[in-house]
Design a protein around this ligand. Structure first.
Ligand code: IPE
Ligand code: IPE
Ligand code: MG
Length: 246
């Protein structure tokens, strides 16, 4: 995705080879705002449009699972004002958007630790959104919130140990079965915006064989068109899973 490509529409994609699960690291909100002499929080606010357009684009092409990295276990290191803003923003975004997502058949889920640092009213909105949309099956939208890939693996192993699982029974299948959403397929494609080439503790277990696409677009400028470009790039890749060319 280095050079600007002509507009890609769903018709240009192989719709029988759309990734089942796309995961996005929504990055670059702060730089987007700073570039406009705005406070960083304005960048987060502008990211709402990007999120909704991406969800609608994913629905357009039949992506079944979309996982969005909204707040990491490391993001608590940010200034208290920004953290407070992000908590309130995620809560109000759910309030503003959950009905339209529900009408579109989107099942809303969350991945992450429900620890004491997440305000109780945010947890309440999350639970309400899960309950409202739990019967939907058109697409599953998972918000990774207070999420860390290492924390998820630790939590999985803890749950096995807490049940007294014998060491020789702890294998890949057992750990995978204790992840936050064991029923979700591993992401086929991960998109990270803002020109950063790293994973930042996102879905460490699940990304073992995901295709990675990086774009310089800052998250608030990201639109479905960029998602389609990433899917087109995915469709040019050859996945081998350690084997040889089929
Ligand atoms: C991503 O944008 C949003 C969150 C991590 C919550 P950033 O806030 O990280 O934006 P940059 O990377 O500082 O530009
Ligand atoms: C990753 O972005 C987390 C989210 C997008 C929520 P960060 O901006 O926190 O990642 P680093 O610090 O650049 O690695
Ligand atoms: Mg960032």
């Amino acid at each position: 995705m280095a050079s600007p490509s002509p507009e890609i529409s769903p018709a240009d994609l192989q719709l029988d080879r759309v990734p089942a699960h796309v995961a996005c690291v929504m990055d670059g909100n702060g730089r987007w705002a700073q570039g406009r002499n705005l406070p960083r929080t304005e960048g987060h606010a502008a990211g709402e449009e990007a999120l909704l357009d991406t969800v609608n684009g994913a629905l357009d092409i039949g992506i079944r699972y979309l996982t969005m990295y909204a707040f990491s276990t490391e993001n608590w290191r940010r200034p208290a004002d920004e953290v407070r803003y992000l908590m309130g923003f995620n809560e109000s975004l759910l309030m503003r958007r959950r009905d339209e997502l529900n009408e579109k058949g989107v099942r809303i889920r969350f991945s992450g630790r429900r620890d004491w640092r997440v305000p109780r009213r945010v947890l309440k909105r999350m639970d309400e959104s899960i309950a409202l949309t739990e019967k939907n099956r058109t697409m599953t939208l998972t918000m990774a919130f207070n999420y860390g890939g290492r924390a998820e693996i630790v939590d999985a192993v803890r749950s096995l140990v807490a049940e007294g699982t014998r060491a020789e029974k702890i294998d890949e299948k057992a750990i995978a079965s204790r992840l936050y959403h064991p029923d979700h397929p591993d992401p086929d494609l991960v998109v990270r915006t803002s020109g950063e080439y790293r994973i930042s503790n996102f879905l460490l277990w699940q990304l073992a064989y995901s295709e990675l696409v990086f774009t310089d677009v800052l998250w608030p400028d990201f639109r479905r068109q960029h998602l389609f470009e990433a899917v087109a790039e995915f469709q040019r890749r050859e996945r081998r899973y350690g084997g040889v060319r089929g």
